[in-house]
Write a protein that binds this ligand. Structure first.
Ligand code: HDD
Length: 739
């Protein structure tokens, strides 16, 4: 594994910065070498067959700049003018082509999930699903190429990664039976029960229509106005007021298909299932202060984290699991309506059974072509996987194709390289904007005799998508939902009760923050009423933080009877020890101090699949290790743990302290920016280690004997202990509620 981003040497083949002159034709130089994870990026089919010419992703051919028609160009820096100081001529075809294309470079961003980051990978089936599902990609040892896009929901494409929000987790499986899309979120329940409400919830969550603020936030009046009136959303909002709304990394999120799907096996027997993604690295979150600081210090935190980890060889992985339920006419399990997407089934009632593993191992080579143009659709199904009558899913089946028509400019978006199936395609769809195929034959219709009857239909049952003969429940035509959808609070209560005290603190703080940002008191009062219906203590604590009276419940809690699940262990993120792959370790060094172990320490961190970042007062190298951040560019929130190998001291002319009352530090004091790094890491309950001169700085900024402080003489021993602490993600004891 290498840590490419710290590479001190300039990449070979970088073109000269000198502008070419007309008299002196440019010499072609080699392109930048591909990033380690982008080598061999040519797409392959799941069966290993060579890609056809129409699958090629190579846009640039040859060494010379050309027009879009392939004519070589000598100059692209000057428009054609009537005299050097004269007007630009309309006949400049290169100018017009270049500017016209540029004018049309943007496409509409996604109406939701606009900001995302993605990666390629592979899915390997375990074979354990075979008794209930005939989909080939789940068969034992089957390897299928995948593309996964993670996203926030509410913010625009240029918003920050760390906003409090639900996260999308959409995976395209390019199976040889057709493409299957699992278009999931990181929260197992949704805001609404019927898809017809989707425009309402999204309009409420988006910025206010008059001034278009706030961006990528739920802390505003329209959001809480809708959520408090539309009480089925309370369960979902409680999840993302919790730590799941601010994940530490896409690599550390669960994913949930939310809806119940119907699987069928080779004998045509059906089961109902819910899909789960379980991350190998565990489920971890930021603190709210970290999320806010990151919004300024590194708005690209999550996408950078994902691509850096893949590039460094710390390939993130998830296990795909199924909760399985018998396919009975009621479509409910232990009293939980399986068609209600605002409910989940606790794992205590239906364990998640692993059926395969997803590993993301290659970054996209072009953001627009791949991450922006990828088009998911929950209706992309393969033989063996089918939908249910969940009224949210039913509407989604319409919405996704429809949105792509606007977003990708016409009906041929499935021909874009990222969207093309890896299975052979022989459809009868023809023409339209952006058509790229040069079809043979004269009879794109069925039945025909002129093309010999081709393409022919699959034999029933043989690897073909077959609509399952599911009985449609009888009823009258009406705009209504089943009475089993009416309980809006009991599962929210289950979630709240399942949280540890630290997590409950975070939830209370989140509601206090969000409602504190609302202008209308009536909205706060109405939301407090909803909280009272979830749990009295939750309501009382939020009300106290807002300085408002806590109302009593208006809906009685009737979920404490025998056999009810009162708390569910997997809902809490605390407890357990997890791999530390891809974790960022900041190392503060004093370039003028003792650094003889630094190179070996750096290598030790890399060999443990973590990323060391040396922080020094100035750039360059220290003891053969490149400086990754100067004290001016380092932000504590980038690091999972901080090591102090030295304690840079203030220079005589150093800047004033960040604390205006403190005045300028005198020479010989610990650099204030080092103090700030330590203070923040301490407050965010991160592991801190120090040896040698670094101990002095650490001791000056932390409580003596504090939890998660590792002081020693040997850097490697300190690193070992820090790594153990990182396995639990944070030093939880440092939060008041945990002690
Ligand atoms: Fe959706 C995008 C997930 C309900 C309409 N949705 C979108 C994406 C994810 C989800 C992850 C981003 C895909 C990508 O990365 O390109 N959506 C969900 C989940 C839902 C859900 C888990 C509920 C269980 N969505 C939902 C409803 C509707 C939509 C009820 C409409 C009635 N969703 C869309 C959309 C989007 C979309 C407007 C925007 C861009 C796109 O589809 O391609 O069609």
């Amino acid at each position: 594994m290498t840590s490419a981003k710290n590479s001190p040497t300039p990449a070979p083949g970088r073109p000269s910065s000198r502008p070419p002159s007309l008299e002196e034709p440019t010499e072609p130089t080699g392109p930048l070498p591909p990033k380690p994870d982008q080598e061999g990026a040519e797409p392959r089919t799941p069966t290993g067959a060579e890609p056809g010419p129409e699958r090629s992703t190579t846009a640039q051919q040859g060494e010379h700049l050309t027009t879009s028609q392939g004519a070589r160009l000598r100059d692209t820096d000057h428009s054609l003018k009537a005299g050097r100081r004269g007007p630009v001529l309309l006949q400049d075809h290169h100018l017009r082509e270049k500017i016209t294309h540029f004018d049309h470079e943007r496409i509409p961003e996604r109406v939701v999930h606009a900001r995302g980051a993605a990666a390629h990978g592979v899915f390997e089936g375990y074979g354990s699903a075979e008794p209930i599902c005939r989909a080939g990609f789940l068969a034992k040892g089957a390897r299928t190429e995948v593309f996964t896009r993670f996203s926030t929901v509410v913010g625009s494409r240029g918003s920050m990664d760390t906003a409090r929000d639900t996260r999308g987790f959409a995976t395209k499986f390019y199976t040889d039976e057709g493409t299957f899309d699992l278009v999931a979120n990181n929260i197992p329940v949704f805001f609404i029960q019927d898809g017809i409400k989707f425009p309402d919830v999204v309009h409420a969550a988006k910025p206010h229509p008059d001034r278009e603020i706030p961006q990528a936030q739920s802390a505003h009046d329209t959001f809480w106005d809708f959520m408090s009136l539309h009480t089925e959303a309370q369960h979902h909002t409680l999840w993302f007021m919790g730590d799941r709304g601010i994940p530490r990394s896409f690599r550390m999120m669960e994913g949930f298909g939310i809806h119940t799907f119907r699987l069928s096996n080779a004998d045509g027997e059906t089961s109902l299932v819910k899909f789960h993604w379980k991350p190998t690295l565990g489920v971890h979150s930021l603190t709210w202060e970290e999320a806010q600081l990151l919004g300024g210090a590194d708005p690209d935190f999550h996408r950078r984290d994902l691509s850096d980890a893949i590039e460094a060889g710390a390939h993130p992985s998830w296990e795909l699991g199924l909760q399985v339920f018998p396919d009975e006419p009621e479509q409910s399990f232990e009293g939980i309506d399986l068609l209600d997407p605002t409910k989940f089934v606790p794992e205590e009632l239906a364990p998640v059974q692993p059926v395969g593993r997803l590993t993301l191992n290659r970054n996209p080579s072009n953001y627009f072509a791949e991450t922006e143009q990828v088009a998911f659709n929950p209706g992309h199904l393969v033989p063996g996987i089918d939908v249910t009558d969940d009224p949210l899913l039913q509407v989604r089946l319409f919405s996704y194709v429809d949105t792509q028509l606007t977003r990708l400019g016409g009906p041929n978006f499935a021909q874009l390289p990222i969207n093309r199936a890896h299975a052979p395609i022989n459809d009868m769809l023809r023409d339209g904007y952006g058509q790229q195929a040069d079809y043979a034959g004269v009879a794109p219709y069925q039945p025909n005799s002129l093309d010999g009857g081709c393409p022919v239909m699959a034999v029933a049952g043989a690897d073909a998508f077959t609509d399952l003969p599911v009985r449609v429940p009888e009823g009258v035509k009406e705009r209504a939902l089943s009475a089993t959808f009416e309980d809006h609070y009991s599962q929210a209560r289950l979630f709240w009760r399942s949280m540890t005290p630290v997590e409950q603190d975070h939830i209370v703080d989140a509601y206090a923050f969000e409602l504190g940002k609302c202008y209308e008191n009536v909205i706060r009062e109405r939301q407090l009423q909803c909280l009272a219906n979830i749990d009295g203590e939750l309501c009382a604590r939020v009300a106290a933080a807002l300085g408002m009276p806590a109302p009593g419940p208006t809906v009685p809690a009737d979920d404490e009877g025998d056999g009810q699940v009162i708390t569910s262990g997997p809902l809490s993120q605390l407890g357990g020890t997890w791999p530390t792959d891809g974790r960022m370790i900041g190392i503060v060094v004093d370039p003028d101090g003792e650094n003889s172990d630094l190179l070996a320490l750096h290598e030790e961190i890399v060999s443990a699949s973590m990323t060391p970042v040396v922080i020094a007062p100035r750039g360059g190298e220290v003891a053969g290790v490149p400086v990754g951040r100067t004290l001016g560019t380092a932000a504590s929130v980038e690091f999972d743990a901080l090591l102090l190998a030295g304690a840079p001291l203030s220079a005589p002319d150093s800047r004033p302290s960040v604390d205006p009352k403190a005045g300028a530090p005198s020479s010989g004091e610990v650099e204030p920016r080092v103090g700030k790094l330590i203070d923040e890491c301490w407050r965010h309950a991160k592991a801190l280690g120090a040896w040698g001169a670094g101990r002095q700085a650490l001791e000056a900024h932390t409580a003596p004997g504090g939890a998660g402080l590792v002081l020693g003489d040997d850097p490697f021993t300190v690193l070992g202990e820090i790594r153990s602490l990182l396995g639990a993600h944070r030093v939880w004891e440092r939060f008041p509620a945990a002690v």
